[in-house]
Design a protein around this ligand. Structure first.
Ligand SMILES: [Zn+2]
Length: 249
């Protein structure tokens, strides 16, 4: 069967001197392995895939297992992402968050994986806060790892005035407000800036298609990312190799 689908290449491995097996995240949110014959030849039509992220229209044959790649047409280049090492590292991290969820549960395919990947790359490309964009996608991916971010009301008293939120409790599994801070309630809690909690709540609720920009200082972006990583560490147990790369700078 012949397919023509949008996708993003997420992996490549040498198969022989001239050929590679590539894996694409397709528009349905599935990961599809494809044999790309002649990939390593100097005049290969697949040369555009060699480095960096691109949104590509892939034409391939596939019945079961590994398909055969016939043609590639670039839909979107992500030049800024591919040329700025720090932004690229964040994009690698984002993609790992998405592909790991697919690996963990290959039968639970959702097109949202693809929408998140493309949206994330577009936001990175447009020069938005890289830590902000990464945090946004991390928050949207949390549910696929079975975790939840409870930042809408105080876990003790139900207070919804976010201006009074100051801690995240791993004992109560939610935010705490200033009225509820005692030795008992703050055990196993982290002091989180009010601004960060607000941003996290906003990102949790906003529809991904409604987001046009993600602006914040690098400092706030980093704090937000660290907070979301705490949530991942506590509730998912998933390990992302690219995390180190992003926190190196
Ligand atoms: Zn409270």
């Amino acid at each position: 069967m012949i397919y023509q689908q949008r996708g993003i290449m997420i992996r490549q491995t040498n198969y022989s001197e001239t050929s590679r097996i590539i894996t694409i995240l397709n528009e349905d949110g599935m990961s599809v392995p494809l044999m790309a014959r002649g990939f390593n030849k100097p005049k290969s039509p697949f040369i555009v895939l060699r480095q960096g992220f691109r949104e590509v229209l892939f034409t391939y044959n596939r019945f079961k297992g590994i398909g055969t790649l016939n043609e590639v047409d670039v839909v979107q280049q992500f030049k800024h992402v591919n040329n700025d090492f720090e932004v690229y590292s964040c994009a690698v991290y984002m993609m790992e968050m998405i592909t790991k969820a697919i690996e963990d549960a290959p039968e639970d395919v959702t097109a949202e994986y693809y929408r998140l990947a493309v949206k994330g790359l577009e936001l990175f490309e447009a020069g938005n806060s890289k830590y902000g964009v990464l945090s946004l996608i991390a928050i949207k991916m949390l549910k696929y790892y079975g975790a939840e971010l409870n930042v809408d009301e105080c876990a003790v008293c139900g207070n919804r005035n976010y201006r009074q939120f100051s801690h995240y409790s791993f004992k109560y599994h939610g935010v705490l407000c200033n009225n509820c801070l005692t030795d008992e309630t703050t055990a196993r809690s982290n002091l989180i800036s009010n601004r960060v909690l607000y941003l996290a709540a906003y990102m949790k609720h906003v529809k991904i298609d409604d987001i046009e920009s993600v602006k914040m200082s690098d400092e706030n972006g980093r704090m937000l990312l660290k907070f979301i990583e705490l949530i991942y560490d506590e509730y998912t147990g998933v390990f992302f190799k690219a995390r180190k790369m992003v926190h190196m700078e």
